[in-house]
Design a protein around this ligand. Structure first.
Ligand code: SF4
Length: 333
């Protein structure tokens, strides 16, 4: 591990002051559950970190009539266990419960969780394999290599690493917005615009500037929250990343036809993925097994499997169909 300077701030204003004069490469430290791992592996080598995990003003959870507002420093476990979120937005709660382990959820923040880096083994396992994300221009060992866990949707000839998070999948389905602060002021952007495709520069994973941090996440209130779920399929039922996941929210009209449909896909794409065409395919239809299967097929119509990950196309289709069935049951309770 490289030596680094550690600074802990107590207010957002002090954090922004510290960022204003920070050395290039300085990183924000929140729960530390990802950054410290990557520093131990020498994948991240910041000269300094600014620890924000004690900022009480970022550790907030508000459930309003018009929106949910999560401070970026709220702990994953606290958001997952909030009574109103469990009742009115079970899909959001489940996306947090099914992430990581209880120890990690207790420490990790929702803001940090959004910005976690890929679990591509070639990226994390040192310099013996080429990796454009770790060392730009070196190549991609996963393309033509062991790609069982790599992306089916999105990607480029430079990188096919899967976005590993769960919470962002539920957030993208619910049109969440992130508020970001930096020395030049505050701005807001849809969560759907936070992460970027790898393109020719896989090292760049999101649109935040190095001196910006997420201060809060806002989710517009919707009746589809009650009819929601997050289904995560993985190699083992605890502490594993998704082979395929789906965040789904539904409402029905008075005649039992789908009135509102939201589908986010996880574990299968290079960034949080909204399956808008699959949503459209269900609107105005009854939620029959044929219709849910069809929505899954539409969601994966653009999949581009590699050598060893093709089985996850059918897995993803079934994941979407099963999640829709569960969400439909909840929507009519
Ligand atoms: Fe690196 Fe991306 Fe290729 Fe993995 S998929 S080896 S992260 S460039």
């Amino acid at each position: 591990m490289h030596a680094f300077t550690y600074t802990a701030t107590k207010t957002l204003a002090a954090t922004l002051d510290a960022l204003r004069t920070a050395r290039p490469g300085t990183k924000i430290l929140a729960g530390g559950t990802t950054l410290y791992d990557l520093m131990k592996l020498d994948i991240e080598t910041p000269p300094a970190v600014i620890d924000v995990h004690r900022l009480a003003e970022l550790n907030t959870i508000e459930v309003g009539e018009d929106e949910l507002v999560f401070g970026s420093g709220a702990r994953m476990a606290d958001v997952a266990d909030h009574p109103a979120i469990r009742t009115d937005y079970p899909g959001l709660s489940e996306s947090l419960w099914r992430a990581a382990s209880q120890q990690l959820r207790t420490m990790a923040t929702v803001g940090g969780n959004l910005l976690q880096r890929t679990r591509c083994a070639y990226f994390r396992n040192g310099s013996e394999f080429p990796c454009n994300k770790r060392e730009p221009g070196s190549g991609c060992a996963a393309i033509g290599g062991h790609d069982r866990g790599h992306a089916l949707l999105g990607g480029s000839g430079s990188c096919v690493a899967t976005y590993a998070g769960d919470f962002a999948i539920a957030l993208i389905a619910f049109d969440a917005v992130v508020d970001v602060a930096g020395p030049r002021g505050e701005r807001s952007l849809p969560l759907a615009e936070l992460h970027v495709e790898p393109g020719d520069d896989p090292a760049r994973e999101h649109v935040l500037e190095p001196d910006e941090l997420i201060v809060r996440i806002r989710v517009p209130a919707t009746p589809a929250g009650r009819g929601s779920t997050y289904l995560k399929i993985r190699d083992r039922e605890s502490y594993a990343f998704a082979l395929a996941s789906a965040a789904v929210g539904l409402t029905f009209d008075a005649d039992g036809f789908v009135d509102e449909c939201r589908i986010g896909l996880g574990g299968v794409a290079t960034r949080p993925w909204r399956a808008t065409e699959a949503e459209q395919a269900l609107l105005g239809r009854r939620l029959t097994p044929e219709a849910t299967r069809h929505a899954g097929e539409v969601a994966f119509a653009g999949a581009r499997p590699g050598a060893a990950n093709g089985f996850r196309v059918e897995l993803g289709i079934r994941t979407v169909a099963d999640a829709l069935r569960t969400a439909g049951e909840r929507a009519v309770r």
